[in-house]
Ligand binder design. Sequence first.
Ligand SMILES: *[C@@H]1O[C@H](CO)[C@@H](O)[C@H](O)[C@H]1NC(C)=O
Ligand SMILES: *[C@@H]1O[C@H](CO)[C@@H](O)[C@H](O)[C@H]1NC(C)=O
Ligand SMILES: *[C@@H]1O[C@H](CO)[C@@H](O)[C@H](O)[C@H]1NC(C)=O
Ligand SMILES: *[C@@H]1O[C@H](CO)[C@@H](O)[C@H](O)[C@H]1NC(C)=O
Ligand SMILES: *[C@@H]1O[C@H](CO)[C@@H](O)[C@H](O)[C@H]1NC(C)=O
Length: 519
Amino acid sequence: MQNSPLPSFWFFIFLISSILIRTDGGEATNGDNKVIRIGAIVDSNSRIGKEQQIAMEIAAQNYNNTSNTHKLALYFQNPTNEPFTTTSLAEELIEKQKVQVIIGTQTWQEATIMAGIGSKTQVPIISFASPAITPPLTPKRWPYLIRLSNNVTAHINCIADIVHSFTWQRVIAIYEDDAYGGGDYGMLQLLSESLQHFGSMIEYRLALPPLSLLSDPSMLIQQELVKLVKQTQSRVFIVLHSSLEMVNFLFREASQIGLVDRDSAWIIPESITNVMDSVDKSGISYMEGSLGIKTYYVENSSQYKDFQGQFRRRFRAKNPEEDNINPGFYALQAHDSIKIVIQALEKMASTRSDLLREILSSNFHGLSGDIHFEEGQLLQNPTLRVVNVVGKSYKEIEFWTQEVGFFTGDDAKSSTQGLGGVVQWPGNLPRNPKGWKMPIKQKPMRIAIPGRTAFSKFVKVVYGENPAENEYTGFCIEIFKMVLDLLEYDLPYEFHPLNVTYPDLVQLVYNKVTSLCFN
Ligand SMILES: *[C@@H]1O[C@H](CO)[C@@H](O)[C@H](O)[C@H]1NC(C)=O
Ligand SMILES: *[C@@H]1O[C@H](CO)[C@@H](O)[C@H](O)[C@H]1NC(C)=O
Ligand SMILES: *[C@@H]1O[C@H](CO)[C@@H](O)[C@H](O)[C@H]1NC(C)=O
Ligand SMILES: *[C@@H]1O[C@H](CO)[C@@H](O)[C@H](O)[C@H]1NC(C)=O
Ligand SMILES: *[C@@H]1O[C@H](CO)[C@@H](O)[C@H](O)[C@H]1NC(C)=O
């Protein structure tokens, strides 16, 4: 019996080629070059989005101009806030535009929705967002999700170190929520844990609704701040994350009720620090004296200088209304995201593995730092830079790493004990702020003392005609006055002699009727 092998052989070839054609669906050819389509989701209305778009175009065109095998085509889309439209956006990019990779989701929710569709269609999703605390099984649940995002832990630890530097005991955490109430993405929890190491704590958290849901943001923020003033002692404000627009409203209202003033401190996140150059200058003046955190990157490499030159030229041409034409960190990261795809394509030529696997095994020096993933997450132990808003601009002050803490000069050798070098604090305070609601003359600190005691050596009250003429003597009173002399600031106070038991005195402090008591 002889069966010709030919028919099954041809059938085999037919099968292979149809599979190849199907998997090649996203690659159009252009002469000898394969065109790789990339979906890019950037907010073309925001400064960050404008920077990201130009940075991606530069990376892709440079590659187009030099590669003989592939070309990159970018398909830009604006992000959406609704899960439903996020889904259809992803489907549109994948099914209609035939993109082979999607870059640039800005919120964790958007990233996970896209990653779900990415898994089904085998399209890798490179996200700029990731939560502070990675949910368990993330790489299993979303195998096509690559998180090219900042190390939130490092940023939070740096904030906690700033708080510790000035021995602030309590802080107020502020963030703009997303529409689904998950806006802090674990940042609060990380901050709380990080502060605990130094015995500090979050006294209050102010979750602001997303700006898009507010008809009168000023009014709402004002009401929230009035509530906050009544309920809190701390005056250390940490903005964990927020849109620039929301931060502008926040600072304006907070300034008006005197919260960006003497003895308060404000810390703003990288998303704000990075775009500070480009905000409306009247907005920045409300932030005077704030501290901000930025990711440090090398600016003297030829790779950076090349990029910067191209970026400035294009940015000016496209956005003539913007004063600042320098790329921020997010632009560098966007540039690197395209670099990741390019490197993966080049490796695929020799390894014949797939795009996802090659992206996950990226390993190169990017403009934003080293690009290397573990379980889909960028490994980044960053050097951070603390900046101080001074006048209508800002000054870069000290550096920070997890290992060294704060240091001056970028070689990590000149470690400082805590953060120094702050040029300006809110209200032009000439010393470090207490970060605490300070007693003022109109509302002095109330100190309860026993009105009659068996041990007059400790506290003695000699009653005058009226309370203002009372005389207070004794060891405790003297110690207190000596301490006052040591303080570098004025502390208005008044004594309140009370004929109650010691536990009752303590109870008064506990109920915040008085701030202190002697016995
Ligand atoms: C690529 O080449 C084109 C045509 O020569 C040029 O206009 C463009 O500026 C180049 N792009 C980059 C990023 O060098
Ligand atoms: C690169 O070249 C391809 C093919 O000519 C073109 O479709 C694509 O738009 C180019 N990419 C960019 C970023 O200009
Ligand atoms: C860039 O600056 C760093 C630190 O100041 C220095 O060590 C390095 O040699 C500089 N590189 C170039 C290319 O100038
Ligand atoms: C984030 O930074 C911290 C401290 O700087 C480091 O210990 C940690 O490994 C980093 N995480 C990632 C995913 O790079
Ligand atoms: C407390 O006791 C002292 C001495 O007995 C008395 O002079 C004073 O008036 C009392 N104060 C009050 C607030 O009752």
